[in-house]
Design a protein around this ligand. Structure first.
Ligand code: OAD
Length: 235
């Protein structure tokens, strides 16, 4: 028997986790929990002050582990009963997985993981535990958060592009689409696939003429409504 389920691809950003209690980036004046991007999210900052960076990410890791998935995360999980669902997220929290979603690609890495500073293939799962200066990988180099910083390559982009290109339907949820290369993934969505955007504000990267439905609502309200609509009309 062939599986005739359609493929839904959801590209998510900080807005999907906002109602779980994790602040977005650009709604808080470009600050991440009070810090500028330059201080805590660039490769240069890591070269200059590893201790501060480790402390910052230890806090973020503990915070992410202390919050719960919200109705938007759970609604995306529920879609799996009717569609093949792939989530491409810019978020470093694991709330999609904790809501039960099966296929989640993290473009910007995961807070729960650390990696070697000299070998990207040496990745370790920390859960919610802290990492400190002097904690080393098996090759003897300092462990660092397994997140993508500004100034670094985004190694998952080719995989994300392949996933976006499989979409029969695309959902864009809670992302301002101002950070590249992630924002350009919208151009990999096939032209025949309708795009639904859930965000209280209109994201930046929509300069093309195609079938886009804007749902200007918070994710916890807009995503469950959209999921109901998709199941009733597109499954
Ligand atoms: P942003 O902070 O840029 O955008 C968050 C989006 O979520 C905005 O469009 C808001 O309008 C929307 N939003 C806010 N509250 C919402 C809610 N309750 N429901 C739905 N939407 C809501 O975050 P991202 O687009 O995810 O990168 O940022 C992209 C990247 O920039 C991040 O992954 C991070 C950051 O610098 C790295 O760290 C490499």
């Amino acid at each position: 028997m062939t599986d005739k389920k359609k493929t839904i691809v959801a590209l998510t950003g900080a807005g999907v986790s906002a109602e779980s209690g994790i602040r977005t980036f650009r709604d808080s004046d470009g600050l991440w929990e009070g810090y500028s991007v330059d201080e805590v999210a660039t490769i240069e900052a890591w070269q200059w002050n590893k201790e501060k960076m480790l402390a910052f990410y230890n806090q973020r890791r503990a915070q992410a582990a202390s919050v719960e998935p919200n109705a938007a995360h759970f609604a995306l999980k529920a879609l799996e009963d009717h569609f093949r669902v792939h989530i491409v997220t810019q978020n470093v929290d694991s709330l999609h997985e904790r809501a039960g979603s099966s296929h989640v690609l993290h473009l910007h890495g995961k807070l729960s993981e650390v990696k070697s500073s000299v070998d990207d293939s040496l990745i370790y799962d920390l859960g919610d535990k802290p990492v400190k200066l002097g904690d080393k990988c098996e090759k003897g180099s300092q462990l660092r958060p397994n997140v993508v910083w500004f100034g670094e390559q985004v190694p998952e982009i080719p995989n994300a592009q392949r996933i976006m290109a499989q979409a029969d339907i695309c959902l864009i949820i809670g992302t301002s689409l101002v950070v590249y290369p992630a924002a350009a993934l919208v151009y990999d969505v096939p032209l025949h696939a309708p795009i639904f955007v859930v965000d209280p504000h209109k994201p930046a990267e929509f300069r093309f003429d195609r079938d886009i439905t804007f749902i200007q609502k918070r994710a916890s309200e807009g995503v469950p409504e959209l999921v109901k609509h998709l199941i009733e009309n597109h499954a």
